[in-house]
Ligand binder design. Structure first.
Ligand SMILES: Cc1cc2nc3c(=O)[nH]c(=O)nc-3n(C[C@H](O)[C@H](O)[C@H](O)COP(=O)(O)O)c2cc1C
Length: 367
């Protein structure tokens, strides 16, 4: 694909996401945190601190991969990097392929490291990137980790997209062996089953971004770009983020960083994912919609402050002073998510989580 074509695609993605609304099928309505009425935690004692890829962070929120490669993308990345720094979040850049092919595009990615010198920053390439390209993407932003995005559904809906996926896991194995930082396998919107997570782990990834259904839907984005209507069945396609997170957690050991993403919108969603066992959560679409506004800085700050305030309030109410104890508080899985997990053989974990009392130290689905 030529550089002008790639730049046009980037612009069209931003335009499409700006007008999209989420399908709200991420499954969080079926995850219930339970109140601890006898909580003795002061609001000021609550810590949301976490560590991701060796960097200490004040927040468990990752600004997930979105853009780069155009002047407009540079401005967006700059606003997002400043927000990440102010609120102690990690940030992933959008696919760096544009910059690997065209050095003029590099500054739109590098700006993120310039503005957030000690930040936890995550590079991003597509599943077709060679190990050499993956390392260039890491070096370009001095990344702490590398996301390799696995966007098969999107590719199949793009007229110019890939149609052949043979041999990509072998290439990922090579990338994991040679990369100077941990590699994360990242799904983009159709979610992941335990078996896919196992395959990625066998390749040597040290993180998984579950990329569940319920947030930005790239099948819809591509349909909008092509001015085509899609069969509504595609809006329901895939594994919801709640189910995808449980599936992935069921096969990952505690050292693997698990990022819950796809439709994370509120402090409640964040708390539920962390209580289920996620290391961190990723948010993209809502931040893009704010980052393009004239008063982006203020809007992004209001968003982050409100989200963190809700998370803090919930932590007091469930009796968790830090994220470690949040992961041990009781949690009910009901409705469709419970049905899914039972049919998939994960029902035992839901019973354990419903009955845990903070003293077992047993982490969520990986039980
Ligand atoms: C405008 C836009 C561009 C994106 N570009 C990339 C990308 O280059 N690489 C990638 O891995 N994910 C990309 N994503 C996907 C997001 O990182 C995220 O996985 C997805 O949007 C689901 O999260 P959300 O529901 O919070 O938006 C993009 C998302 C948006 C909104």
């Amino acid at each position: 694909m030529s550089d002008p074509e790639r730049s046009r695609r980037k612009r069209e993605h931003i335009e499409a996401v700006s007008v999209l609304t989420d399908a709200a099928q991420a499954g969080f309505e079926d995850i219930l945190l339970l109140p601890a009425s006898a909580s003795e935690i002061d609001v000021s004692d609550v810590s949301m601190r976490t560590t991701l890829f060796g960097r200490a962070l004040a927040s468990p929120v990752v600004i997930n991969a979105m853009t780069g490669g155009t002047p407009e993308a540079l401005a967006i990345n700059a606003r997002l990097a400043q927000m990440a720094r102010r609120h102690g979040m990690a940030m992933a850049v959008g696919s760096e392929t544009a910059a690997l092919r065209n050095p003029d595009a590099a500054s739109s990615f590098r700006v993120v490291r310039d503005l957030y010198p000690d930040g936890c920053l995550i590079a991003n390439v597509g599943m077709r990137a060679t190990p050499e390209e993956a390392q260039q993407a890491i070096d370009l932003i001095g990344a702490d980790a590398l996301q390799v995005h696995w966007n098969t559904a999107q590719e199949l809906f793009m007229p110019e997209g890939d149609r052949s996926f043979r041999g990509l896991l072998d290439q990922l194995t090579e990338t994991c062996a040679r990369a100077t930082v941990p590699v994360v396998a990242k799904e983009v919107g159709q979610g992941m089953l335990a078996d896919a997570a196992r395959r990625f782990l066998r390749c040597g990834v040290r993180g998984i971004d579950v990329g569940g259904r319920g947030g930005t839907n790239f099948i819809q984005v591509e349909a909008l770009r092509a001015h085509q209507a899609i069969d509504p069945e595609w809006e329901r396609w895939g594994v919801s983020t709640a189910c995808s997170l449980a599936e992935v957690l069921s096969v990952a050991s505690p050292e693997v960083a698990i990022v819950a993403s796809g439709g994370i919108r509120t402090g409640h969603d964040v708390a539920k994912c962390l209580a289920m066992g996620a290391t961190a959560v990723g948010v993209a679409g809502p931040l893009l919609r704010l980052a393009v506004l004239p008063d982006a800085e203020e809007r992004l700050d209001v968003w982050a402050t409100a989200l963190h305030a809700t998370l803090r309030t919930l932590m007091v109410l469930v009796g968790a002073s830090d994220l470690q104890s949040l992961r041990q508080r009781p949690l009910l899985v009901v409705g469709q998510v419970r049905e899914w997990l039972e049919l998939r053989g994960l029902g035992r974990c839901t019973t354990q989580m419903a009955r845990r009392d903070g003293s077992s130290g047993r982490p969520s689905f990986s039980g």
